[in-house]
Design a protein around this ligand. Structure first.
Ligand SMILES: O=C(O)CCC(=O)C(=O)O
Length: 346
């Protein structure tokens, strides 16, 4: 029997997997696709949906795609999740997720970073943290082993049907920059890397973090005038309405990346100046349309296994790859469920 979604479904109403809020999430997406969801009434649940989908290990791209395209009943949605994850979410994860849902609904957002929190087994030194404070980015060296990077890189080549040794195989298809490879044992393993987790814990000042299930990218050397430079235009991924709440992003180099090989670029220290810079713009000036290159971005090169964390108030983007081998990257972000998000988009 097909069960029709109802927005009256509460976050506390769990299905067979026992995961709170999942049924409400399903009902919201189905109502949305039918144009029957009052978005304003569920706006304050956006971060809850986000954390639930990331925490389950699904990410935020594939579940809505599946729901919009298939419009399954709830049982079929749970079966799809089990198949996608290669098994049921285990008891400990379900307990942790349910605890997160209850706390999200009961407690206000917190101000991050939490200062002076004692994080066990830190990986960022005092010098790294001082660099981070000043510049708003930091590189965690050898965050992942060379072997684990190579495994993930090979999975990406395989997914794209390209041969790393044969440059002719890199061009000619539809690939541009991003690669929608979300689930693979090698990329899942990198997401769980301890050194990456510890660095994020130090920066947020909490160990209560969830990891995003994000995509990867492969940025080929420029050839024949085709635009393959990806997000090289400097930008922000979050609202820059003031004040910009604290938040961070990260990427893992899977291949050695020199400065001219499309390395990640950002404007050091801009998190300290964004307020002054924004306030200096005339009301009709769109901050995203300004000449951000004049803010003097720097490339951040790294070896395979190095992990870059940056403050999300820094204008950032990839570089143009003017070298001979692609730059291969995995995006990973760890975040607390109760971080503040600006209610307005700018
Ligand atoms: O891949 C890069 O170097 C930059 C990525 C980026 O701009 C983004 O994630 O928004």
């Amino acid at each position: 029997m097909t069960v029709k979604p109802e927005l009256s479904i509460s976050s506390m109403d769990a299905g067979e997997l026992g995961v709170l809020h999942l049924r409400r999430y399903w009902s919201k997406r189905l109502l949305e696709v039918e144009g029957r969801l009052d978005m304003d009434s569920v706006r304050n649940e956006y971060e809850l949906d986000f954390t639930l989908m990331q925490g389950l290990g699904l990410g935020i791209v594939e579940p809505p795609e599946y729901l919009f395209n298939q419009r399954p009943d709830y049982t079929a949605f749970e079966q799809w999740i089990v198949q996608k994850l290669g098994g049921r979410p285990d008891h400990a994860l379900v307990e942790r997720l349910n605890d997160m849902v209850r706390r999200y609904l009961q407690q206000p957002r917190r101000n991050y970073p939490i200062q002076n929190k004692d994080i066990r087994e830190p990986v960022l030194s005092a010098a790294d943290l001082a660099f981070w404070q000043e510049n708003g980015y930091v590189v965690v060296r050898n965050a992942v082993s060379a072997e684990d990077c190579r495994e993930a890189e090979l999975a990406i080549w395989d997914f794209l049907g390209m041969d790393p040794q044969n440059p002719d195989s890199w061009y000619g298809g539809t690939h541009m920059f991003w690669v929608p490879l979300f689930q693979h044992p090698a990329v899942n393993k990198n997401r769980a890397a301890l050194r990456i987790r510890k660095a994020f814990e130090q920066i947020w000042g909490t160990d209560d973090l969830w990891a995003t299930v994000d995509r990867v990218s492969l940025n080929r050397p420029e050839r024949g005038g085709i635009d393959i430079s990806g997000p090289s235009r400097l930008h922000w991924d979050v609202s820059i309405a003031l004040p910009v709440p604290f938040g961070v992003q990260g990427l893992l180099y899977l291949s050695d990346t020199s400065a001219e090989q499309g390395a990640f670029r950002c404007v050091p220290g801009f998190h300290h100046r964004i307020t002054q810079w924004m306030e200096g713009l005339a009301p009709e000036q769109n901050p995203r349309e300004q000449d951000l290159e004049s803010l003097r971005p720097v490339p951040v090169p790294g070896s395979a296994g190095d992990f870059v964390i940056w403050h999300h108030a820094l204008p950032h983007g990839s570089g143009r790859n003017l070298a001979h081998y692609p730059r291969v990257v995995q995006y990973i972000k760890l975040f607390p469920h109760d971080r503040a998000v600006h209610p307005d988009w700018k």
